[in-house]
Design a binder for this molecule. Structure first.
Ligand code: HEC
Ligand code: HEC
Length: 289
């Protein structure tokens, strides 16, 4: 075999020497522009290794002479954002919730801050949209157990309900049947009466008896007619909105065993600016009082 490479007679290109059934493989050279781009990439890569963080080492990595770090950049941006927020937070800290609500700029900031603080701290009990669950009140409606003005909501959030905090909202309803404060028939009768307040039918004699039991035992907290009292945290029993449920069995269980739901005090975990933002946000949901 001759060692001089064979040239294809049509294209003038060298062949590789491979031939199948008379078809010869050409050894077409790479285009110039491609080769130069390839060399440029190699040089760029070497430069990049030197300039930027590149190679993993055993417990570290080559940092690069430019000292770039995406983590440091994020930290810097967060610090900038905090500084930007700080001016608002300082103003919120110094203002009352009523003053915040009256200042459009602060209100917008507080609403956004309150919404995100709610998602993190409150939604596991009150639900993502604050619609609540059994035993965890809906904060969207106009029905407030402990009061729905800004001040009342702020106090509820800061000190909690039966949370053990000195200033917590406290009021314990007795377990009327379990602790034998009422006879079983009286509990049944007052259950009928409570249900009748929101329009459920029932036996007239039992409802009449229940009304007497209610006046004697329950009206001190739930008020005449069962309209409730936000000073005492006694829910309205006449409005068809139930914390625990409005079917006969559930209402009977509330009266027989008491409830005593607990809401944590947040002053231990959140700063006062965050609590004010939460109060503003929650107030906006319920439309206030
Ligand atoms: C561990 C569960 C839990 C978490 C978390 C929680 N709550 Fe509550 N919250 C409750 C319960 C239970 C009640 C009702 C207590 C009662 O029976 O009166 C309540 C009541 C309230 C009320 C009073 C509603 C009314 O009708 O007066 C407000 C306002 C409130 N929560 C806001 C918040 C905010 C804001 C957060 C987040 C910072 C939060 N809650 C986090 C359990 C929780
Ligand atoms: C000392 C005050 C007090 C008295 C007296 C009292 N309650 Fe209550 N009641 C409450 C409070 C506070 C709640 C809310 C309990 C909770 O959130 O854990 C409540 C809740 C209820 C509920 C549940 C409401 C719901 O929305 O699910 C019913 C029903 C009820 N009371 C009926 C009665 C009846 C009937 C009596 C009398 C036999 C009575 N209560 C006496 C304070 C009182």
């Amino acid at each position: 075999m001759a060692s001089v490479p064979e040239r294809d007679e049509f294209t003038g290109t060298e062949t590789t020497g491979h031939e199948w059934d008379g078809i010869k493989e050409l050894n077409t050279p790479l285009p110039r522009w491609w080769l130069w781009t390839f060399y440029a990439c190699c040089i760029w890569a070497v430069g990049y290794w030197i300039a930027m963080p590149a190679w993993p080492l055993i417990s570290d990595f080559t940092g690069g002479v430019l000292g770039y770090s995406s983590r440091a950049l994020v930290a810097e941006r967060i610090a900038e954002a905090r500084a930007g927020q700080r001016q608002y937070l300082d103003r919120i800290d110094a203002a009352s919730t009523a003053e915040i609500a009256a200042d459009a700029e602060l209100l917008g900031f507080a609403m956004a801050g309150g919404r995100s603080a709610f998602a993190v701290n409150c939604s596991q009990c009150h639900g993502q949209g604050a619609a609540g669950f059994v035993g965890y009140p809906n904060l969207n409606d106009d029905d407030w157990i402990w009061g729905g003005d800004l001040e009342a909501i702020e106090a509820t959030i800061a000190y909690g309900i039966r949370s053990g905090h000195d200033e917590a909202r406290e009021n314990e309803m007795a377990a009327y049947l379990r602790d034998e404060l009422l006879e079983a028939e009286d509990v049944a009768a007052v259950t009928d009466y409570v249900l009748s307040l929101s329009g459920a039918g029932g036996e007239a004699a039992s409802i009449a008896r229940g009304a007497e039991v209610f006046a004697e035992n329950c009206a001190a907290c739930h008020q005449e007619g069962g309209v409730g009292s936000s000073d005492l945290g006694a829910p309205d029993l006449a409005d068809k909105i139930w914390l625990y449920g409005g079917d006969r069995e559930t209402v009977h269980a509330s009266i027989a065993n008491g409830r005593g739901g607990v809401m944590p005090n947040w002053d231990a975990r959140l700063d006062s600016a965050t609590i004010k933002q939460l109060a503003i946000y929650v107030h906006s949901l319920g439309g206030g009082e």
